[in-house]
Write a protein that binds this ligand. Structure first.
Ligand code: GUN
Length: 291
């Protein structure tokens, strides 16, 4: 069974469109999202373009700020301050990674928590960590992965072992907190974990976010497990012609699909869900502000 993340994301986006239209009709409020990108990373530009386009599709006021590679810390902080103060904007996202000379932490932490639709501010991370799933904003990729898991397993993961490979603030840690909130028994594995394949074989739910193309092999997967691939890696694809590339996840998809009970593909799995959850967070932020 291969989960169609594109189809699930489309249904979330339909709900977001309806919610933003209702807010505009009932309260005269147009949902606003600002996306900021610094520099020339082509993958980041592709993601940000998709986010801005989807925001327009949802009927939002969609604002994109594209800053040059040599933007200073002060210039970026200044832009965030302006966006924080803009009453018409309900969500602010600064695309990561930033160019090397910029420090992302003070930038992310300067976004007003109620506009932090990425869920990366310590206030939002703290609410998630203390089990307050309603009061804050949850990071979009873990929220999207959890949305898919819940459609398959329901709201109660009691008795299931979940292994998350990866411990980033953007994904691994919030993913583990979400799984815990839904009663899974959670292990966070990472590059320093001993016998990673053995740890993974114990997982009823295996979530891979390592950033290594096709690293997780079939013999890491417990037969019948639910396997969620969060990786997006571009690799050479000489079979498509010289200089061509293709996207693959962190799982060796073909072989893992034979062992797993349920699996997400790349592309078309968690990726579209990330954007859908960003839209959902933004309309939630707008509804909260409107009261
Ligand atoms: N870069 C890759 N994924 C993300 C994300 O979810 N949010 C931000 N801000 N940057 C990213």
């Amino acid at each position: 069974m291969v989960i169609d993340g594109k189809r699930v994301a489309a249904s979330v986006i339909d709900d977001v469109k309806a919610a933003s239209a209702a807010l505009e009709k009932d309260a005269g409020v147009k949902t606003g999202l600002a996306v900021v990108i610094v520099g020339n990373d082509p993958a980041s530009h592709a993601y940000v373009g998709a986010k801005s386009r989807t925001a327009q599709e949802c009927g939002f006021n969609s604002v994109q700020h594209t800053l040059p590679e040599d933007t200073t810390q002060e210039e970026l902080a200044g832009l965030v301050a302006v966006l924080n103060a803009d009453e018409g904007l309900h969500g602010i996202l600064v695309q990561l990674p930033l160019p090397k000379h910029l420090n992302p932490d003070p930038i992310v932490q300067s976004i007003r928590p109620e506009k932090d639709v990425d869920g990366l501010h310590v206030v939002n991370a703290g609410k998630l960590a203390t089990g307050d799933l309603q009061g804050g904003l949850v990071s979009c990729t873990p929220a999207g992965a959890m949305f898919l898991l819940k459609r398959w397993h329901g709201n109660d993961l009691s008795g299931l072992n979940a292994v998350v490979i990866g411990r980033s603030n953007l994904f691994g840690k919030p993913m583990a907190q979400l799984l815990l909130a839904f009663n899974a028994t959670v292990t966070i594995a990472h590059s320093r974990t001993k016998d990673l394949p053995g740890v993974c074989r114990n997982a009823d739910i295996l979530v891979a976010a390592v950033g290594q193309p096709e690293m997780v092999k079939a013999d890491w997967v417990k037969p019948g497990a639910t396997v969620i691939d969060v990786g997006i890696n571009r690799i050479a694809a000489p079979e498509k012609g010289e200089g061509m590339t293709r996207l693959v996840g962190d799982l060796a998809f073909g072989e893992c699909a034979k062992v797993a009970g349920v699996i997400t593909p790349v592309p078309g799995g968690v990726g579209p869900m990330t954007i859908a959850m960003l839209m959902a967070n933004t309309v939630i932020a707008a509804h909260r502000k409107a009261g």
